[in-house]
Design a protein around this ligand. Structure first.
Ligand SMILES: *Cc1c(COP(=O)(O)O)cnc(C)c1O
Ligand code: SF4
Length: 460
């Protein structure tokens, strides 16, 4: 596991928990730190590669280095008792089966399926749910190709962590793109298909092309944009430069454009350092040369990027490289959330401070935004109305399109970290969308656009 001495382009190799003892980068860790890493990585996902280790992490500043925090599981991510239990197992030479069993119990207690949203958003065709997709907002369908369900490295804060540790058995992935294409043919209001994962860029260019081309047919002329959610630019930029099929990938992007559709990379960048290497800049240039657009988004994470200056420099650098700042997300309620979470009030301060330092070209970004059950909800401000201090909240996307751009108010709460911890302002009993959301859980309501024609006939 020494550094590659071969001449030629870097070859992707992923390192995980079983490689911990053999990674030369970790030789500077103390015995206790190594034990802790082994204990926590049995519970939470851990995957890293040479680019992240060599080019992104500042080893003179661990453990507080933001990229180290981003990819290496940390002691504080587990509750004290759980951590001690895992350390006991790891140091007593327990067999792997016992370690996995203990890890499973701990994982189940970490809200592996936040808000059950996935179940609510699965569309169906002829009464059959379509595997591997979600349709929550009228215009955009999410597609989870089965072979794109891993990443070049894992983020410790990932809200899909449960799938990477095997608690969640890739329930949302799809081998079958035909069914989705048939569904979309009957949905002219859908303009975007968003490939997501994992990281779809983990797939070979050949497999990706087969999937993408399924959406370029004349029957699906209304699909204007193919979006690909990816962190490959940050974790493995060689995917776009020197990898064996990098050129094929760029050719695919060009072909999509030539066929009159837009290709957008929804790039996940957590920290400005990820934009500083020669490799990522070259990758960005090559992608832009194909006519594809790069839009950037990330969650706000304590210890990784919880500073206005960090976001300001990240957005400025994105603009300089020709990319478009898009979303700052609030971290979801799952996994080691207590370790990472930033209260909404503080998130708003960080966002505002960052926004005040950049030009209008970077102010395309929106946030802090919660992807909550009723929709994407923006924390737009804090103000006083009458004599009540309130959060000004706003729907960026609503499950019901009527909610889009609608403003509503919640009582100010300096500690709240998510929408479900907020109370309506002005003594109101509930938020305006609560009755519909309740009805949706009972199966009594869904937005008009989500009704099948078949269903309408049946209920007419
Ligand atoms: C964010 C999101 C989208 C895309 O929303 P845009 O605002 O159009 O980028 C689509 N589906 C789901 C479930 C989402 O969370
Ligand atoms: S790249 Fe995305 S899907 Fe992969 S671990 Fe990070 S947040 Fe999760």
């Amino acid at each position: 596991m020494t550094s590659q001495t071969t001449i030629g382009p870097p070859r992707f190799r992923a390192f995980g928990r079983k490689h911990i003892d053999r990674l030369p980068w970790l030789e500077q860790l103390s015995h206790e730190q190594m034990i802790a890493l082994k204990a926590v990585s049995a519970v939470l996902p851990f995957r890293v590669n040479e680019y992240v280790l060599d080019e992104l992490i500042d080893w003179s500043d661990i453990p507080s280095d933001p990229i180290y925090q981003l990819v290496f599981p940390q002691v504080g991510m587990l509750a004290r008792g759980d951590f001690d239990r895992m350390v006991d197992l790891v140091t007593s030479g327990a067999d792997e089966e016992a370690i996995v069993r203990a890890a499973r119990t701990i994982q189940q207690g970490m809200n592996p399926h936040p808000s059950g949203q996935q179940e609510l958003n699965v569309p169906s065709l002829d009464g059959e749910p379509i595997a591997g997709c979600q349709h929550k907002y009228r215009e955009t369908v999410l597609f989870f190709p089965a072979r794109g369900q891993t990443c070049h490295a894992y983020c410790t804060y990932c809200f899909r962590w449960a799938q990477f540790v095997g608690v969640d058995k890739l329930r949302f992935s799809s081998h079958d793109v035909e069914t989705l294409a048939t569904y979309l043919a009957g949905r002219p209001e859908v303009s975007d298909v968003l490939f997501t994962g994992g990281d779809p860029m983990i797939m070979s260019s050949k497999v990706l092309r087969r999937y993408v081309e399924s959406f370029l047919t004349p029957e699906l002329a209304h699909i204007r944009s193919i979006r690909i959610g990816t962190k490959a630019l940050a974790y493995w930029p060689y995917r776009f430069t020197t990898d064996r099929d990098a050129d094929d990938l760029l050719r695919l992007f060009e072909d999509v454009r030539r066929r009159g559709r837009q290709i957008a990379l929804m790039a996940h960048f957590s920290h400005p350092r990820e934009l500083e290497t020669r490799e990522v800049r070259e990758a960005m240039r090559r992608i832009r040369d194909t006519g594809a657009v790069v839009r950037c988004q990330a969650p706000l994470i304590r210890r990784v990027n919880d500073s206005g200056d960090v976001w300001a420099s990240m957005w400025s650098e994105q603009v300089r490289l020709g990319a478009v700042p898009y979303y700052m997300f609030v971290e979801r309620d799952t996994g080691p959330k207590h370790y990472f979470e930033v209260p909404l009030a503080r998130a708003l301060k960080i966002f505002s401070r960052a926004l005040s330092q950049v030009s209008g070209l970077a102010r395309t970004v929106r946030g802090p935004s919660m992807s909550a059950t009723p929709g994407k909800v923006l924390v737009d401000g804090v103000t006083v109305i009458g004599d009540e201090r309130v959060f000004v909240l706003k729907f960026i996307q609503g499950r019901d399109p009527e909610w889009t751009n609608r403003v509503f108010f919640a009582r100010f709460d300096a500690a709240a970290t998510w929408l479900d911890q907020l109370e309506p302002a002005f003594g109101e009993r509930e938020f305006f969308f609560d009755p519909e959301i309740r009805a949706m859980y009972d199966g009594r309501w869904r937005p008009e656009w989500a009704d099948d024609e078949d269903d309408e006939e049946m209920t007419a």
